[in-house]
Design a protein around this ligand. Structure first.
Ligand code: MG
Length: 158
């Protein structure tokens, strides 16, 4: 039996912070603002796997009003969500994500991001897909004011 989940997240880009996506630093002049490290890719995937298991969302499990999650490493939050999903009786089959960013180009970093995420998700790197896409200059993302991420996850009952 399979279960599918969807996740979405967006964060504003600001100067003076490292850009962290999927737990990896991506060289850029600005980073993602957030109570945590702002890792929108980890947040979207966390919501996708929690959603597939109908376990709520990242805000319910790791509220941004809680000081313990200030500057939190979002990869560790994702690891905890993986544990919740496993405890609920599911294994992760695969994850796919689209990172909407006018810049920087993500393609040169996609493979190390995939490898990092695969290690945290406990799956083969071939089960994790991360694709970068611009917004063709349209809207907030197109003006490089922020980065948005869509993710889907497929779970299998264990
Ligand atoms: Mg977020």
């Amino acid at each position: 039996m399979f279960r599918i989940g969807i996740g979405y997240d967006s964060h504003r880009l600001i100067e003076g912070r490292p850009l962290i996506l999927g737990g990896e630093i991506v060289p850029h002049s600005a980073g993602l603002k957030g109570h945590s490290d702002g890792d929108a890719l980890c947040h979207a995937i966390t919501d996708a796997i929690l959603g597939a298991a109908a376990l709520g969302d990242i805000g319910r499990h790791f509220p941004d009003t809680d000081p313990q999650y200030k500057d939190a490493n979002s990869l560790l939050l994702l690891a905890r969500a993986v544990g919740l999903v496993r405890d609920a009786g599911y294994a992760i089959e695969n994850v796919d994500a689209v990172v909407l960013a006018e810049r920087p180009k993500l393609a040169p970093h996609a493979d190390r991001i995939r490898a990092r995420l695969a290690g945290t998700l406990g799956v083969e790197v071939g089960a994790v897909s991360v694709k970068g896409k611009t917004n063709e200059g349209m809207g907030e993302v197109g003006r490089a004011e922020g980065i948005a991420v869509h993710a889907v996850a497929l779970l299998r009952r264990t």
